[in-house]
Design a protein around this ligand. Sequence first.
Ligand code: NAI
Length: 388
Amino acid sequence: MEDRIRVGVIGAGTMGAGIAQVAAQAGHPVLLFDTRPDAVAAALKGLAGTMEKLVAKGKFIRSDADALLGRIRPAATLGDLSGCGLTIEAIVEDLGIKKKLFSQLEELLAPDAILASNTSSLAITAIAAACQRPERVIGLHFFNPAPIMPLVEVVPGLLTEPELPERCGKLVRGWGKTPVVCKDTPGFIVNRVARPFYGESIRIHEEGIADMASIDHALKSVGGFRMGPFELMDLIGNDINFAVTRSVWEAFYYDPRYKPSLTQQRQVESGQLGRKTGIGYYDHTGSSAAPDPILGPGVAEAITERVLAMLINEAVDALFLQVASKSDLDLAVIKGVNYPKGLLAWADEKGADHWLRVLEGLQAEHGEDRYRPSPLLRRMARDKGKFF
Ligand code: NAI
C-alpha cells in the first residue's frame, strides 16, 4: 500500500530532518541516511526535542509523539535503503554528487521504487540522466520548515512516467501537504515567480525612492504581505537569497528580468547576511532601534504597484509558458511564501490593462528589457480578459 511504503530520506540536514518528520507523522516507516556520521544522530536528537516541545504545548499526545519518533530509524549504509518504495534526496546542492547518488540508489532499489529529489535549483531531468530508468525520477520540492510549510512542488522531468506526478501528489496530500505540479524549469514556481519581490524592492531602494524600512512598510500595509522584502531577505539569509537569484538568472541564460543586484552582492561580501549574523539590511542585535518608515503621500501605493506589477507579470509569463496551471500558480505563492492572495487573482482585481500600463511606463522610463510585459498580459489587456 502506497500510504505505508517505507520512505528513505537521504541527507539529514535542515530539509531531510523535516521531511523525515513529515513522512513519519503520516505513518510511514522512515530510514534516514547521511554520509556525515553524526548528522543522523543530531537530526534524531533535534526531532526528539521538537516532539517534546509539541507535547508540552498540547499539540501532540505523548504516545503519538513516541510512535512518530519510533518510526524514524537511522540507516548505517545506503544499502539499508534497499526496501524503500520511495526515497527523497535532500543532500548538498551539487549536480555531480546528486547524479552519483541517484545512480547508486537505482542499483539498490526495486524497479518500481520512486526516486525523488528535493533540489531547489537543479533540473530534475539532469539528475534523472544518471539513471537507467529516468521515468521513475521526480522532483518533490518542500519548503523550509518542511513540517510547517504546506507547499510541495511536484516536478516531473522530461522522461518522468506521466502517471507519477499524480501518484506523488496524492501521496503528499495524504501527508497534509498541498501539491502543485510544475514544469522542470529554473526556480520551478515559487523561486521564479517571487524573484521581483526582492529584486524590484532593491531597485526601488537603489534609485533612492525610499529607504528599506519604508519599502517594507509599504508592502505590508498596502500590499498585505506578512513580511517586507528586506525583513524577509534578512530572515532567509542574504547569501541564500543571492545564490537563488543568481542561479535562476544563469539558468535563464542571463535574462535581464532576473538580474541579481550589486547591493545584495555587496551585502553578502561584507558578511552582513541577516539574522544569522546579527546584521543584514537591519540590525538584529538589539543595539539600535528599527528605523521608522518615512513616506510622502502616495509613495507607499506607488512602490507597492511597481513590485506587484513585476510579480504579476512573472506569474502571467509562467502561465504563458505553461510552467503550471493558473490555479497551481496562485496556490503556490499562497502556500509556499504566504502571499495574501494569488498573483493571477490579484491581476484580475484591477485588470490586465492596468498592470500592462504600469509595466509599459517602467519600460519606457528605464529602457530596460527587465520590464517587458508578457505576451499573455498584452493579450489579456487587449481582450479585457480575466484569469478566473
Ligand atoms: P543541509 O546542508 O542542511 O543538509 C544536507 C545534508 O546532506 C548534510 O547533513 C550533509 O552531510 C548531507 N550530505 C551531503 N552529501 C551527501 C551524500 N552524498 N549522501 C548523503 N548525505 C549527504 O542542506 P539543506 O538546507 O537541508 O538542503 C538540502 C537540499 O534541499 C538541497 O538540495 C537544497 O537545495 C534543498 N532545499 C533547501 C531548502 C532550504 O531552505 N534549506 C528548501 C528547499 C529545498
